[in-house]
Each structure stands twice: as structure tokens, then as C-alpha cells.
Ligand binder design. Structure first.
Ligand SMILES: *[C@@H]1O[C@H](CO)[C@@H](O)[C@H](O)[C@H]1NC(C)=O
Length: 187
């Protein structure tokens, strides 16, 4: 009986040791270390038909209530982080107070340049966090612009990107960063 008890105790202690396992002291994380994808939040696109402009946000209800009534939900475009996760960088949201144009960028030099014009950080959600390179299962977040209506448009869809360039008058502005794509819809 005593022997069985001590065997059980050893087994139980062993289980706890496994659960308690931690990296050895001094283990450094590499730049490939990923953020926790379960913490990534849905990033929504809004659109104003009267302004022909796009916006993006995490808090859709707040964003729609803060904006002019002509703004509507358009699509779930990506998953991004609301707080800084491993290997992510800030994705700043800059709003032009005159035109309403919203630029999302990881480029701090661009933010400084924009601040010298009519752009300033968005009040409700000034910053998100995304990957600066294609790691951790992320995909390119394409950036496009249409100067005629002061709009910037972002998409993970290669097809939407090509349509915007070929038939909607948008200019290609490269890749803004790397985000998680939403699951393809089952329809
Ligand atoms: C960052 O923004 C500045 C100012 O707009 C631009 O000159 C520079 O090329 C940008 N850097 C990258 C890596 O895109």
C-alpha cells in the first residue's frame, strides 16, 4: 500500500513538473517569435458612399457612432493586435482633419511627415499592432490610394487589389505590413 501511494505521489509530482516547465534562464527569443494569434482581434472596414472613403477599426459600434451617419460596415478585412505582441510593430492610424482621409502605416517617418500636414492620430483607436515582415502565418496587407477622393484602401485580397487598380482608379502603394487573413467564407 505504502509503495503504491509513493508511486502515485511521484506520478502526480511529475505531472505538475511538466505543467510548470519554463524556458531555461537566459534563453533569448528570436525575431521569429510570434505573438499569440488567439489575441488577434477582428479588424473591420467601414465605407462612406457619399465620401467614397474607407476606414478601419476594431470597435465597429463606436466607430460608426463617432462618424458621420453616411458611414457603414463594409467587411471584416483582417485580424490585428490591439496590444503589442511579440515581433509586432505599431500600425498607426492617422486622420486628415480636412479631408477625412485615413492612413494606416507602420512607418514612423511617414507619421512624422503626416503630422506636419493636416493629419493627426485617430482619437478612439490611434494604433494597432501588426508584423513588419511575413512571419507567423501572416499575409500582406496591400495599401492603395485614390487621390481624387482622398481615400486609402487596404486589403489582404490580391483579387480586390487588382480590381481597385484596374477598374476603380486606385494607385498601388505597396504593402503596409502583415496581418492575419480572416477565414474564407463558406459560401
Ligand atoms: C517611410 O516614410 C518616408 C516618408 O514618407 C519615406 O520617404 C520612406 O521611403 C518610407 N520608408 C519605407 C520603408 O517605406
Amino acid at each position: 500500500m505504502k509503495n503504491i501511494l509513493s508511486v502515485i505521489l511521484v506520478l502526480v509530482a511529475g505531472a505538475f513538473c511538466t505543467l510548470d516547465a519554463k524556458p531555461a534562464p537566459g534563453v533569448t527569443r528570436t525575431t521569429e517569435t510570434c505573438g499569440d494569434p488567439t489575441l488577434a482581434a477582428p479588424f473591420y472596414r467601414t465605407y462612406s458612399t457619399t465620401r467614397a472613403q474607407h476606414g478601419m477599426c476594431l470597435n465597429l459600434a463606436l466607430s460608426l457612432s463617432n462618424s458621420f451617419p453616411t458611414w457603414n460596415y463594409q467587411a471584416l478585412v483582417a485580424f490585428v493586435f490591439a496590444t503589442q505582441e511579440e515581433s509586432t510593430v505599431p500600425f498607426y492610424q492617422m486622420v486628415n482633419s480636412a479631408t477625412g482621409d485615413r492612413i494606416y502605416t507602420t512607418n514612423a517617418t511617414e507619421v512624422t511627415a503626416l503630422e506636419k500636414t493636416r493629419y493627426g492620430p485617430a482619437v478612439a483607436e490611434p494604433v494597432y499592432y501588426i508584423y513588419p515582415t511575413q512571419i507567423c502565418g501572416s499575409v500582406p496587407f496591400y495599401r492603395l490610394s485614390k487621390a481624387a477622393v482622398h481615400d486609402h484602401f487596404y486589403t489582404v485580397s490580391e483579387a480586390d487589389r487588382i480590381t481597385a487598380i484596374d477598374s476603380q482608379g486606385y494607385a498601388d502603394e505597396g504593402i503596409a505590413g502583415y496581418v492575419f487573413a480572416p477565414e474564407p467564407t463558406q459560401c
